[in-house]
Every structure is written in C-alpha cells, then in structure tokens.
Design a protein around this ligand. Structure first.
Ligand code: GLN
Length: 526
C-alpha cells in the first residue's frame, strides 16, 4: 500500500516544497551508487528498505516505552502492576528531560557519525545501545530507570540523526526521488509507533510495566538483527566518516572521549544523588540551557559566520521556524505526559465492553498520519498548481493554529470533566486529530526547509538544530504538562490557556512576517 501512496508523495516536491526548490540538496551526497544489486524498494534504492525497517523498530521501541513511562512513574505502588508512585509534576519533568535528551543528543550523535564512526556504524552502535537501555528498564528494579533512560537517550542520539543522513545519501544530488524517499521514511516512524503503542502499551499495562519495556527492547533487537543482515544494501552511503588525516581523527576522538567521560561523571553525580536537585528544577535549567545554546548558535550564524545578506535573511527565517517548531513540539509531546494522564484519570476507556489500555489512545496520532499524509500532500499540490501554495512561515503558522485548536478542544473537555468525569473518548480523539493535522503541515517540511535554507557550509549542523527544536519542545512539554496536572483538573485550564495563547501569538507573528517578506520580495522583483 505504500506504493499506492507514492504518486502523492512525488507530488509533494512541487507541493510541500515548492517555495524551497532552489535545486540544492539537503545532504552531501557521494557519487558512489549501489552496485551490489539493482533491486528497488517501491521505486527507491533498496537501501531505503534497510533504513525503513531499522527506523520502524527504533520508533516502535521509542514510542512504545514513551507511552508507558509517565504511567509507570506515577502508577500506584501497591497495585499488582506496581508503579513508582511519583508526584505527577516530577514524573513529567523526568519525562521532559528524557525526551529533551533524546533529541538534543542527536546533535553530538550527528557529529560523531560525520567525523569519527561514519553514519552506518553510528546507527549500529546507537541501535545496540537503545536495545540495552530498554532491556535495563525491563529489569524490575527502581534504580534501573535512570540508567535505562540514559542508555536509550544516548543510543537515540546516535541513531536518529545518522539514519536520516544516510537516507539523504542514498540519492544522487539531483535525484528527484529524494523528497519522496523522506516521506516514505516518515511513514516508517508512524508504522513503528503504532506497533509500539499496541504491543508495549498492552503488555506494560495489562501484564506488567517491565514486560512493556522488555517488549520495546525485543523490538529494537529485531531492528538490530535486520540492520546487520541487510546493511550491505546501503553500499557506500554513509559508510566512511569525513575524510581527514588520521592524526586529526585521533585527536578528535580523544576530545570526544574526554567530553563523554566528563558528561558521564556529571550525569552520575546527579543520578546517584550526590548533587541533589529535583527533576523539575533540573528540567527548567535544561530548558534554559538548550534555549541559550540555540540562541548563541543563531547569533553566531547571523553576526560572525561571514554570511552574505541573502543567507542572513534565511537565518532569520530559520530562527522563526525554529521557535515555531519548539512551541509545536511542546504541545505534541503532551501525548506521553498530561494527555496520557488525562486519558487515565478522566476518560472512559471502555470500548465495546473492553477496557482499553490507556496508552492505546495515543494510537490515533500515527494512524491519522498514515491516513491524512496523502491527502495533505495532494492538497498542497493542488494549491501549488494554482500558485497558491502557502509559504513556509504560513505553513508553520497553520501547524501552530491546529495545535492551539487541539488545546481549545481540551479546555472544553476539561470543562465537561469538571461536571462529570469520566468523559467520552471523542475529546482526545479530536484533540489528536487536530495535532496530527498540525504535524502534517509542519514536521515533514521542517527538516527539508532547514537543510535547504541553511548556509551551504553549515548544512549538517542545521540538521542538528532542527532536532534541537524538538529537544526544547520535549523539555517544555514535561514542565508544562507537570504544572497542568499538578493540581488535578483545576490546574489544567490555566496552563492549557497559556499554551493556546503562545501558539496563536507565534502563529500571528509568522503570518505578519510572511506578509512582510512577500511584500519585500515583490518590491525587489519590480
Ligand atoms: N514524530 C517524529 C518522529 O518521531 C518527529 C518527532 C519530533 O521531532 N519531535 O521522528
């Protein structure tokens, strides 16, 4: 069925990306094509199948475990399926730190793939470390939580950015299939998460939390086996790191080792409680730190990177998109936090006489993605043919608008729940539908926009910057979600109202600036 969607995906090149088509390529491409086999994967290089399945299993394990994490941490201690009995504020802060680190570590992970390991090996190491992380979580001891999450975050950092880079490298510079390839790859994410929610969610909630985490580990092991057996199909794509003198590589390796050990020491000091700080305070500081890093980087690019005026203008555009993306993910990642708890505490999960696992409610996001992605692509293409395709800032504004509306629905849902809980499932289903529409207007084009609009010499790093927006969004999600549920239903509305205000506010700024950019361009073209 993937192939039946392909015509739509191909049309995305003229639709979704119409305003970015400057002929540049998101990723540096070696001109060594696969010679081992002429087999194809839905009209794409066969190596895409290897990456598709690896990402699928990785996302199965990531989202499967993420769906359970907050439920496990806040679960009652006394039940048969005992949780850790943590306060919701702290549990969601840990969740936020975890999601933030998964995406933040994609930045150093990408660097290691570029310079030391090569992307292919980085993916392998990442996948193995992720599997070890989930297996650690499968052991029913409380102290395993911290180490397990740490391993999964490190492994994801290595895997997530490098696997996307290899996708780019499968295609020659001017191959028109590239964007379609990325869209197929985005599908693997959602197929994986559907399986993850189904299997890990069921096992974790109905059998035992650690069974669910173990299932995530088994999924990742299947991914590793698949990757090892079919890695040769990737040919040279991402096999070798950037060329440099061996002495220089050794020197970089020593630095990397030093930084890794120093970071491990700091993490250990926090993890073992030698430096005592609550998770919510730590998450807050992390949010500031990540925002500062991003701010300094943009400032550097704008002021000191020796860019020409056109490149500088693009940096401003990317900066705006970055803020919008971070805001967007701060809502999207509520699915594993506050919305997950809302489903557990205030929603009637009885479906056809059977009590559904709480985490199954999250199913609907990936299912909606698979259903609506072709429609969105076709819609953009339709607008593109009429020269009405919205610009990037407008699409991002639309994404935020949908996200804001999803929380308006939640405000109504909270109102109903305050009257009489539990409420029907339809509230969360509509919320996730609106969020998915937002995701589809913002996420698939975001990565592409970051690689295309970035100054050429900085293309690789800008890719990391895109994930940094997800990292900030993840930490904010944990912090806001924690505040929202900390005082029961009463505290939800003020926080969600605040979020709605910033979604709509940023969206409005983007609309105004999009208009301003257009006017300026029009007057320059006259
Ligand atoms: N859903 C996408 C994925 O899992 C994007 C998530 C994100 O960037 N925060 O890869």
């Amino acid at each position: 069925w993937v192939s039946s969607y392909l015509p739509c995906y191909r049309r995305q090149e003229t639709g979704l990306l119409a305003d970015t088509a400057d002929g540049s390529t998101p990723f540096p491409t070696e001109d060594k094509r696969l010679t081992a086999t002429n087999a194809e994967f839905f009209g794409h290089p066969i190596g895409l199948r290897t990456l598709f399945l690896t990402e699928m299993w990785e996302r199965m394990s990531y989202y499967g475990m993420r769906a359970l994490l907050v439920l496990y941490m806040t679960g009652a201690v006394t039940l048969a399926n005992a949780g850790l009995g943590m306060r919701e504020l702290e549990a969601q802060a840990i969740y936020g730190i975890y999601v933030g680190m998964v995406y933040f570590l994609a930045v150093p992970g990408g660097w290691l793939g570029d310079n030391l390991f090569g992307h292919q090996r980085a993916v392998l190491y990442g996948a193995v470390i992720i599997a070890l992380g989930h297996l650690t979580l499968a052991v029913p001891i409380e102290s395993g939580l911290f180490f397990g999450l740490g391993l999964v975050a490190i492994g994801s950092g290595l895997l997530k950015s490098n696997i996307s880079t290899i996708v780019g490298k499968l295609y020659a510079d001017n191959d028109p299939r590239r964007d379609a390839g990325f869209t197929i790859f985005y599908m693997s994410i959602n197929i994986g998460s559907t399986v993850g929610y189904a299997v890990c969610g069921f096992m974790g909630e109905k059998i035992g939390w650690h069974w669910g985490f173990g299932a995530a580990g088994v999924g990742m092991i299947l991914g590793v086996i698949q990757y090892v057996r079919t890695r040769h199909l990737l040919g040279d794509a991402g096999l070798e790191p950037n060329p440099m003198p061996e002495a220089r590589r050794d020197q970089l390796g020593r630095w990397a080792m030093f930084v890794a050990l120093a970071s491990a020491l700091v993490v250990l000091l926090f993890g073992t409680g030698v430096i005592e700080v609550s998770a919510s305070v730590f998450a807050e500081r992390l949010a500031y730190a990540l925002t500062t890093i991003a701010g300094i980087y943009f400032l550097y690019l704008y002021c000191f990177a020796g860019l020409n005026p056109a490149e500088r203008k693009n940096v401003v555009l990317l900066f705006l998109l970055f803020i919008a993306a971070a805001a967007f993910w701060s809502g999207f990642d509520q699915s594993g936090g506050s919305l997950n708890l809302f489903a557990r505490d205030y929603t009637d999960l009885n479906f056809l006489g059977v009590d559904m696992p709480v985490s199954w409610v999250q199913f609907f996001n990936p299912i909606y993605v698979v259903v609506f992605a072709p429609m969105f692509a076709a819609f953009w293409a339709y607008l593109g043919r009429r020269n009405m395709d919205p610009s990037l800032p407008l699409k991002f504004a639309l994404g935020l608008l949908f996200m804001g509306l999803s929380f308006v629905v939640m405000l109504l849902a909270v109102g109903v729940a305050l009257e009489s809980a539990p409420i029907g499932l339809q509230w969360l289903l509509i919320t996730y539908l609106l969020q998915t529409w937002g995701e589809l207007t913002l996420s698939p084009i975001g990565l592409s926009a970051f690689s295309r609009y970035s100054p050429k010499r900085y293309a690789g790093q800008m890719f990391g910057l895109w994930f940094l927006a997800s990292a900030i969004g993840g930490v904010l999600a944990g912090l806001l979600g924690g505040e929202a549920t900390d005082g029961g239903l009463e505290s939800v509305s003020p926080i969600f109202t605040y979020m709605i205000q910033y979604y709509f506010g940023i969206a409005a700024v983007l609309v105004v600036l999009a208009y301003f950019f257009r006017q300026k361009e029009a007057s320059q073209n006259e």
